[in-house]
Design a protein around this ligand. Structure first.
Ligand code: ATP
Length: 244
């Protein structure tokens, strides 16, 4: 059974159709890519899954039960965590406290000295334990992305939504990130839904890929299948190839 099942979900903003009758399944334990050109509806779909946006129509199930009756502040407790394209952190708080906020919203909250130790373990895992006591404000963008990731991991999610994790990284960092996401999926027993424009990263680590264009799903399959799909080449990869 799919861990996440989206059926015919639509969301409009005034006259703009952001997503139009999108259906997709995410199987447990997989790294699943969600790709498409700018404005295709990827972030809108993330916002629907995390209940920031109410869909106009359609169904949304997580672990066999509807998500549509789950209020936004309860989504993390159901086992869904995310990172944001532009990083959303509590800027005046320390790195450690930001991670503890993630732990607090967990199904298995941790606090006190043991909680600090667990948060530090997670910060060490993402490679930033050295800045644990520093305020978030002023830290480099790449570090902030890792703080967000640590916060998400601290909530002990089953499904992790990553919104453009490679944004702002150089070539070497992107290839390290790919290996890191795969390792993290295994170590934390996660399912990962990955929005990313960096095709090398998605094609390298995703087991299955869904493609959106102008709010509609135009293709799905393995990386090989998707790269050979004429509709995808036309909508997205063709544009990338032409730009290269
Ligand atoms: P990108 O790759 O550039 O991040 P995306 O695939 O994530 O793009 P969305 O941000 O989901 O695309 O946007 C899909 C469409 O919905 C766009 O036309 C966008 O302008 C519109 N849209 C998204 N959010 C809103 C909003 N809050 N109000 C109005 N229009 C919106």
């Amino acid at each position: 059974m799919a861990l996440l099942s989206i059926r015919d979900v639509s969301r409009r903003f005034g006259g703009i159709v952001a997503i139009d009758e999108v259906s997709l399944d995410v199987d447990p334990g997989q790294i699943v890519g969600l790709i498409g050109p700018n404005g295709a509806g990827k972030t809108t779909l993330f916002n629907v899954i995390t209940r920031l946006y109410k869909p106009d129509s359609g169904e949304l199930d997580f672990d066999g039960k509807s998500l549509l009756h789950t209020p936004p502040h309860r989504v993390v407790r159901r086992g869904i965590a995310r990172t944001f394209q532009n990083v959303e952190l509590f800027k005046t708080m320390t790195v450690l406290d930001n991670v503890l906020v993630g732990a607090h919203t967990s199904t298995r909250p941790f606090g006190g000295t043991a909680g600090d130790a667990r948060a530090l373990e997670i910060l060490d895992y993402v490679g930033i334990a050295a800045v644990a006591r520093r305020p978030v404000a002023g830290l480099p963008f790449g570090t902030l992305k890792r703080v967000e990731l640590a916060r998400a991991l601290a909530s002990a999610p089953r499904l992790l939504l990553l919104d453009e994790p490679a944004g702002g990284l150089n070539h070497e960092e992107v290839s390290e990130l790919g290996a890191f996401i795969t390792r993290m999926r295994d170590d934390f027993d996660l399912t990962v839904l990955l929005v990313e424009h960096h095709m090398g990263l998605v094609m390298g680590i995703a087991e299955h890929i869904h493609v959106l264009d102008f709010g509609r799903k135009i293709a799905e399959g393995t990386p090989d299948e998707v790269q050979r799909n004429p509709a995808v080449i036309e909508a997205y990869l063709g544009a990338e190839t032409a730009a290269a």
